[in-house]
Design a protein around this ligand. Sequence first.
Ligand code: NDP
Ligand code: MG
Length: 328
Amino acid sequence: MRVYFEADADPGLIRTRKIAILGYGNQGRPQALNLRDSGVEELRIALRPGSAGAERARADGFDVMTPDAAAGWADVVVMLFPDEEQARVYREELAPNLRPGAALAFAHGLAIRFALIEPRPDLDVFLVAPKGPGTALREEYLKDGGLISLFAVHKDSTGSARALALSYAAALGSGRVGTLETSFAEECEADLFNEQAVLWGAIPELIHAGFDTLVEAGFSPEVAYLECLTEVKLIADLIHARGIADMREAISNTAEFGALKGGDRIITADTRTEMRRILREVRNGSFVKDLIADAEAGYPLLKASRAVAAAHPIEAARARLRDLTKQP
Ligand code: NDP
Ligand code: MG
């Protein structure tokens, strides 16, 4: 796999373009701030009228416009608002107004991979997906670092989509650490799979289950919290710094022997079978179908799951510990 760095990108290219960032949330704000600090001058934020983000964007010194006006103004329109909203906004506000040969940029491949958006044939379509949350994208950039990004070109109508994608990624800071080429399908499917099978699905569930087991057996919730949640951050840092095999040197023989005893009883052959089923549901589109159906119904499933998470006793333990200690 080839990795691209700053030297492989033309930093001037993105600075010659008018960029509209649609959305000023998790990704929109950090990306806009990084682009501006990298010398992009013609940069505006697009939000629907009455949007809560508009005030923040203006306070950060950006002009704010509506998505349809932004589409008529920009050379590059960056889709940094919720995936499940993108098709409607593209159809109603962008497609009729986008300038000929403009570029449509994404941070996630979902809308293209599942053909929710079928871009006008004259457009360039590319993906730059930073591998991490927006907060980290900004923090690393400010430390002269960056997050690794994946990039992909779906449609190169003008002949400059690829160079533009690399220039954009470099302006986000990814040129400092590495930009890897992928496809919309690979980025999207791997990302959706990981969200369910490892990151947001499995890890919080594992923490809840461990916490519940200890508390049910009469352990204090504070101790259960420190064991099952606080230490997750420490091991994540260790794994990130040293890899899974090497981080074993930093843990006690007791902990290492415990890993040997516990690991494959929790992640069993059944768990791996279920992971393959999750991957199938991602690839055959049934997950995205469910996501869109929930969005169209006003997110009943998403709202219910937020309520369940908020009511879990681990949150009360967290609040008590925060009061008792100086932990953030
Ligand atoms: P957010 O949920 O943070 O986006 C919210 C922003 O989008 C708000 O400013 C909101 O404004 C605006 N918005 C909502 N609806 C519309 C609309 N119809 N038109 C214009 N603006 C709208 O999104 P994320 O930043 O989490 O995700 C954006 C994209 O980045 C997605 O494709 C996601 O998959 C991808 N991504 C996200 C990562 C992350 O860190 N979260 C990591 C990598 C990729 P309002 O106040 O009006 O609601
Ligand atoms: Mg994702």
